[in-house]
Design a protein. Sequence first.
Length: 147
Amino acid sequence: MSLSNVFNIAGSGMSAQTTRLNTVASNLANADTVSSSLDQTYRARHPVFSTVLAGQASGDSGSLFDDGGDGGQGVQVAGIVEDQSNLEARYEPSNPAANKDGYVYYPNVNTVEEMADMISASRSFQTNADIMNTAKTMMQKVLTLGQ
């Protein structure tokens, strides 16, 4: 693996963590929204990541145990899925969004988990930025070897 590939790999990680942070922001923004029906209630969303293997672009088997030793070539967002856990129904007949039975439905967003996810995404993003800085420093050192 060449040192220049590190920038592509770390960049894909930063892009994936940006998507993760966007979904966390969306979840937190909708945490207190209410609806009168289950179908219209916001459901928490979570990104699904997958590894981009070395052989995927060239048509190889893409095994992590190939002799080439390239292994993963980054990460990609495979999709964003909705959390299918139960929504919270509360009896609030005075709420303007209440249905005919007096119930409103709250999203299945757990703010504590979302905050932990936000911190994790931020730290992962920072780690990838540090990897890029380290690779840049190493490349600069290589250029000064002949002096």
